[in-house]
Design a protein. Sequence first.
Length: 91
Amino acid sequence: MVTLSTKLVFHLPHSHSLKDKRKVRRSIVERTKHRFNVSIAEVDTQDVLQTLTIGLAVVSGEHYHAKESMEEILRFIEEHIDAELITIEHE
């Protein structure tokens, strides 16, 4: 069994309240879960209005498949979010 995890940090320049931030977070999390059935959640910076930190994890039987899945998920998120991706940390 292979487990890959990634932490993504986004800058939300149009977020002026926690409500704005929640809207962006909910969109990312729900769309990604629906499309890929992956574990994804906000993992840090909950009280920072213009910073969103998302963690996601992929589990697979083979390293190649897990890595390919993670790359596809990252492409999907980058294409479907209205925020600037600042950092990607793989573990």
